[in-house]
Design a protein. Structure first.
Length: 76
C-alpha cells in the first residue's frame, strides 16, 4: 500500500496493523519523523513531493493508495 502524504503516520500505522506492507511518503521531514516514531520499522518511508512525479513510480506497484487530506494541498 502507498500512503501518499502520510503526515504523522496515522493511516500508515492502521494499514500496518491490518497486515499491509506500506510505503509512506510525505514532503515534510518533520511529518516523516513523526511517522517513523509512530510506526518504527514496520513500514518504509520516503520524502517525496506529490506535486512532482514520484521517482519510484515506474519501479513499484501498489495494491492500493491512501491519501487522506493531502491532495487538497497539491496544485496539479
Amino acid at each position: 500500500m502507498l500512503d501518499a502524504g502520510c503526515g504523522t503516520g496515522f493511516y500508515t500505522k492502521w494499514l500496518v496493523e491490518q497486515g499491509a506492507d506500506v510505503l509512506g511518503v510525505d514532503v515534510s521531514e518533520k511529518m516523516l519523523s513523526h511517522a517513523v516514531e509512530a510506526v518504527s520499522d514496520q513500514a518504509e518511508f520516503e520524502r517525496a513531493d506529490l506535486g512532482e512525479p514520484l521517482d519510484f513510480a515506474t519501479e513499484c506497484s501498489f495494491g492500493g493508495v491512501v491519501s487522506a487530506l493531502a491532495l487538497g494541498y497539491i496544485e496539479n
